[in-house]
Design a protein. Sequence first.
Length: 324
Amino acid sequence: MRPTGLLHLGNYLGALQNWVELQDDYDCIYCAVDIHALTTVESQADTNQIQSNIEDMILDWLAAGIDPERSIVFVQSQVPEVMTLHTLLSMVTPLGWLTRVPTFKEKVRQMDETEETVNYGLVGYPVLQTADIILYKADTVPVGRDQVPHIELSREIARRFNNFFGDTFPEPQAKLTESPLLVGLDGQAKMSKSLDNHLDLAATPEDTSKRVLTAFTDPQRTTRNIPGRPEVCNVYSMHQMFSSSTAVSAVYSECTTAARGCVDCKRQLAGSINDFLEPMRDRRKEYESRPGYVREILDEGGKRARAIAAKTIEEVYEKMGLAR
Ligand code: SF4
């Protein structure tokens, strides 16, 4: 995950919740990818925040239930071997594979660049991502549907390396995570920090309630005595995710008969969301009460990750005939 600072409820449902569950079935490695954050950097101002963003994000992971005793939790740049593998994999990756990736073209357009002017780092993003995966010989990567082409590319790069230099890497498989899409408070299709329509995991119950009260509802329900349409109301869709089934049925019937007002409905939703977030808040408090603990976790995770990485690089050097 790129270190973008505090995470929101959409990030939790879209990725973190699943990461927490995977710990029961897999040996997991979770990495804050700070080198990837540099691929779109435009000035030093962009890099000044990276370290504090990492700490905020890792605290959110831990609060969500990522367990550093069971999983390896670290920061990408703690393991310089990833940059070595990136360079070596770039020797077996045709440029056309990278420039054809749809997300690359989209990113270039968004940045108002051309394929001629864009930084090489952005072109090589999927190669670095492949290095992130196969350096640890990971065989499974939990991703959303939009990331599947990247994992396919990682498989092809690993396969090509294996064909050139002999069997070295497992071909990583995408593990698709089906997660409910959380709409933004303003009714936009996605909850996002840049649109300021989000609910931070780390927010206090009071702040969460205040923000929930700003949520858009059925636009046709301009007064309380007009019956609402829950099926077009994002407050209702959030009730479906966070409230009990009895509460959801009551919301539906009371909304469609104008027996409840939107403000009360949002207050009830805020209560459900705060109940949902409470165990995370408790865990966060525990971690926060131990100053320096997040850094200790990252140091330990970095050591464990490096031990695996060093072995892989030794094998790669040998297979590629490099000096050791
Ligand atoms: Fe939406 Fe609730 Fe208002 Fe109905 S009562 S429109 S579900 S906020």
